[in-house]
Ligand binder design. Structure first.
Ligand code: UDP
Ligand code: MG
Length: 320
């Protein structure tokens, strides 16, 4: 399709029928004022309300609009992934459908990517209109992500409004609930020019939020897996092997200590306690068993990564 398209706007949505018309009109207005060629890709994540009907109606009036509908609800990450695959624009935006993100931010973010050469510009909802039960855990979540990912300059990883250079979204794969960590995935794929822009945020106008408090638990677990996979995914033995060696070493040393102590006592003719009465005996036993288990886990990990189809998948930037 048209590869000279300036902008694709990928919008995942789940039961947002009230917002879609207003959002489409607003985006179209901004795009026309700035003379951008654009497409809006609505990904209906299995809505049970009239969202898809509204999208079909809107498409009759607006040729820039495209729509993809899932048969059931798969989650925001799935929506983004499919939307990314379909996008043709040189700069690809993601936005929430609930009118909390403002399309007025798009031209400036576009300029930052095209003129200033950023790979990814993330929105930062500096002033948020969400309940405190959400804003406070979000602060913790962002601090943890900053630390683990080494992306020190982002305040708001999970902002729905983001702009990407096309190559970024064609490279990273968003799955599970990893939409919270696209900047991290991008960085690990080698796109390091990541920055943010303060964006306007509004209260949800229609409908309700689709994510409850479990978002923070899931988010934290995802952060752990993503860090593990990026660091050790291709060499699991290096993690499990070193932990295993450490554990086994501790066990072995304390077992040696027990043995030597016993011999020393006996040679001096002092009455020594039974080895099994010595607490170190149990520590060493446990440590050696755990150490061996970690080794086994490491070997299994290596077997799995050897057979993985992505074991030799690298992101090549240029070739001459
Ligand atoms: N969303 C989706 N699939 C889901 C849940 C949410 O496509 O399973 C969409 C939702 O319609 C919205 C965006 O993801 O466009 C962000 O969701 P929401 O506004 O509920 O999240 P919050 O703003 O509360 O973080
Ligand atoms: Mg929202």
């Amino acid at each position: 399709m048209n590869s000279n398209l300036d902008i694709s706007i990928v919008i995942p949505l789940f039961n947002e029928e009230e917002s879609l018309k207003e959002l489409t009109d607003w985006i179209s207005k901004v795009m026309q004022e700035n003379n951008f060629s654009y497409e809006i890709i609505y990904v209906d994540d299995g809505s049970t309300d009239n969202s898809w009907k509204v999208i079909e109606e809107l498409q009759h009036q607006n040729t820039h609009l495209r729509g993809i509908k899932f048969r059931r609800n798969y989650g925001k990450s799935a929506g983004l992934n499919i939307g990314f695959a379909a996008a043709n624009g040189n700069v690809v935006f993601t936005m929430d459908a609930d009118l909390q993100d403002s399309p007025d931010e798009l031209p400036e973010m576009y300029r930052m990517i095209v003129n200033e050469g950023w790979d990814l510009v993330s929105g930062w909802k500096k002033k948020r209109y969400d309940p405190i039960t959400k804003t406070l855990p979000t602060k913790l979540f962002n601090a943890a992500t900053r630390r683990m990912s080494g992306i020190k300059n982002l305040h708001d990883f999970n902002c729905g409004l983001k702009a990407y250079r096309k190559e970024v979204i064609k490279t990273v794969e968003v799955y599970g609930e990893m939409h919270r960590y696209i900047p991290v995935l991008a960085k690990w794929a080698g796109f390091t020019k990541i920055t943010e822009k303060v964006v306007a945020h509004q209260e949800r106008k229609y409908g309700v939020t689709k994510f409850g408090l479990e978002r923070f638990i899931n988010g934290f677990l995802d952060l752990l897996s993503i860090t593990f996979i990026s660091k050790f995914g291709k060499r699991p033995m290096h993690l499990f092997g070193s932990l295993g060696t450490l554990m086994f070493g501790v066990g072995f040393l304390s077992a040696a200590y027990i043995g030597i102590a016993k011999i020393v006592y006996l040679s001096k003719g002092i009455k020594a306690i039974l080895v099994t009465d010595n607490p170190y005996f149990y520590i060493s036993l446990t440590a050696m068993i755990l150490g061996s288990l970690l080794f086994v886990a490491g070997f299994l990990g290596e077997l799995i990564s050897r057979t993985s189809s992505v074991r030799n998948q690298y992101n090549i930037e240029k070739e001459i």
